[in-house]
Design a protein around this ligand. Structure first.
Ligand SMILES: Nc1ncnc2c1ncn2[C@@H]1O[C@H](COP(=O)(O)OP(=O)(O)O)[C@@H](O)[C@H]1O
Ligand SMILES: [Mg+2]
Length: 223
């Protein structure tokens, strides 16, 4: 299963959530690898520090992105990809190879509009691949004062990308986790909210991924 974190907008939490999903899977005994296409290399540094045994590929060109994903998915249950914030051949290639594409966004309608480029990339890949990958928006960095507009799920639907139910709050623990090369769920001190949010999110992501596996198996059996 290839899971991609994408969005041409920077600072939305692609690397943070990709690193957290990788560690969540690792901590549950899944075979997981990371493909980091972001020039900053933040998720690969993070994972190298947190769990040196997890395979990491840093990719800068589409050929390397394709080769890494195709190789790693033969030997791993999950390949998590961290896409760069620009729109070029690398994110396009990753989108074509992904089975599930996740788009972190902030809670406002404006943030949602900014995901339009990413949504068109998703549409492009789905047209070529016959409906793959599935896309989901996910709300990250929610602050107390944010009022999540009721029209948000509707706007997401219009964009053609459903919204995951789990929401991740804006919490210091996620910034600390990056600095300390660990996950908010693994941290010793009382980090209840961050742990709750990230585990609920990762559980939901896996439920979506598993239901896609079931669909694919049914299709294969009938085809
Ligand atoms: N839920 C969150 N709570 C607090 N800070 C967050 C959260 N998600 C991301 N951040 C912070 O926001 C900044 C951008 O996140 P990052 O994962 O690097 O985004 P991207 O990869 O999309 O550019 C980082 O400083 C990160 O620590
Ligand atoms: Mg990043």
């Amino acid at each position: 299963m290839v899971i991609l974190f994408s969005n041409t907008k920077g600072g939305v939490g692609k690397s943070t959530l990709a690193a957290h999903l990788v560690l969540y899977l690792f901590d549950r005994g899944r075979r997981v690898a990371l493909v980091d296409a972001d020039k900053q290399g933040s998720s690969s540094q993070w994972i190298a520090e947190a769990e040196p045994s997890i395979p990491i590929r840093q990719v800068r060109v589409p050929e390397a992105a394709a080769e890494s994903v195709v190789q790693l998915r033969q030997t791993h249950d999950y390949v998590v990809c961290d896409s760069p914030g620009d729109d070029n051949d690398v994110p396009r290639t990753l989108m074509l190879l992904a089975e599930l594409a996740l788009f972190p966004v902030g809670p406002s309608i404006l943030d949602l509009r900014s995901v339009a480029i990413a949504a068109s990339l998703l549409k492009y890949a789905r047209q070529i691949n016959g409906g793959r990958p599935q896309g989901r928006l996910l709300l990250n960095k929610i602050r107390k004062r944010d009022r999540i507009s009721r029209s948000l799920p509707e706007a997401a639907e219009q964009l053609g990308v459903p919204l995951l139910e789990s929401r991740v709050r804006d919490l210091e623990a996620f910034r600390d986790a990056a600095q300390q090369g660990t996950s908010a769920a693994r941290m010793q001190r009382a980090r209840g909210f961050a742990k709750q949010d990230i585990e609920a999110l990762c559980d939901e992501i896996l439920r979506v991924a598993d239901s896609m596996d079931v669909d694919a198996a049914a299709e294969a059996a009938h085809g």
